[in-house]
Design a binder for this molecule. Sequence first.
Ligand SMILES: [Zn+2]
Length: 54
Amino acid sequence: MPVYEFKCKKCGNRFELAESISQHDKHKEKCPECGSKSIQNVVSTVSVKTAKKS
Ligand SMILES: [Zn+2]
């Protein structure tokens, strides 16, 4: 299961989440710190082409 790194746009918290591709596609991740869904996927090592972008 790939691990994604995220940064919360609201509180600036950085965190990692291990999730399946399908989960990632649904974009239901949220900040564990403040619960905001305004998070940014920080990808440094993995290059993934995302066709879908909501
Ligand atoms: Zn946050």
